[in-house]
Ligand binder design. Sequence first.
Ligand code: BG6
Length: 286
Amino acid sequence: LEFVEAAPGMIVARISNAHAEATIALQGAHLMTFKPKGEADVIWMSPAAKLVVGKSIRGGVPVCWPWFGAHASESSFPAHGFARTVGWNVVDARPQPGGETQIVFELPASAMPKAQWPHACRVQLHINVGVKLTMDLVTDNTGDTAFPLGEALHTYFPISDVDNVRIAGLDGCTYRDKVTGMDLKQQSGDITIPSEVDRVYLDTEATCDIVDNGANRRIRIAKSGSRSTVVWNPWIEKAAKMGDFGSDTGYRTMLCVESANAVENVLTLAAGESHTLTVIYSNEAL
Ligand code: BG6
């Protein structure tokens, strides 16, 4: 484990062990890369991502917390919460008996703007770097009143091309379609990406597979403590507008499959209660 300054003010933890390599920015506890030894990258990072203090990073695993998307009532609050653009502390880092590396980040209370979040809590992200990548987002309500909790591990995955992939695991699920004004729809069969896709699948803890016939591989996304799965690809116009997807065709090489608690699945965390959202990402044989 070493810490390097990847850009002015942007400190990144670099992990390398017998199983895998990973890099994680202290800003946002934002995992940027994860690659099991001898295998392909499991995470997509935009070649045009800007590493700028206070700005979210395009790619990797943005931590959306304590709300997903727009804030429920205040449009001036940042999209996807404030956790992804502030510095987190490393509170523990140690090798595991099997050779994996565990690193624990904590969001300092001083980084939670009182005006946006007047609640007492502790938030940690535990990252385990092994053949698989495991991440636990743990929220403890340390106050004496309940609060609403929305969240997502907003993960970008690399794909050979949008035309070559399908996502298996959500057949029959209902979803909110953000492209058509949050209509409620039902998934039939696997998900394909023929145009812009921006959906919040509801009430599902299912494992999903990104099956990529162009790259001859399958990325497995297993989770717990997450009732929503968000699938997002911005397509050409929106990617061009955001301006940080690399080339004109950059959007074709990524797909977000996010493990979330969003919209109808926002949680209420009672005083003294703890909630953990866990994801496990791996390459699997096709
Ligand atoms: C997705 C949302 O999760 O994140 C999209 O469903 C949004 O609507 C996308 O555009 C990216 O958000 P941002 O703030 O990182 O550009």
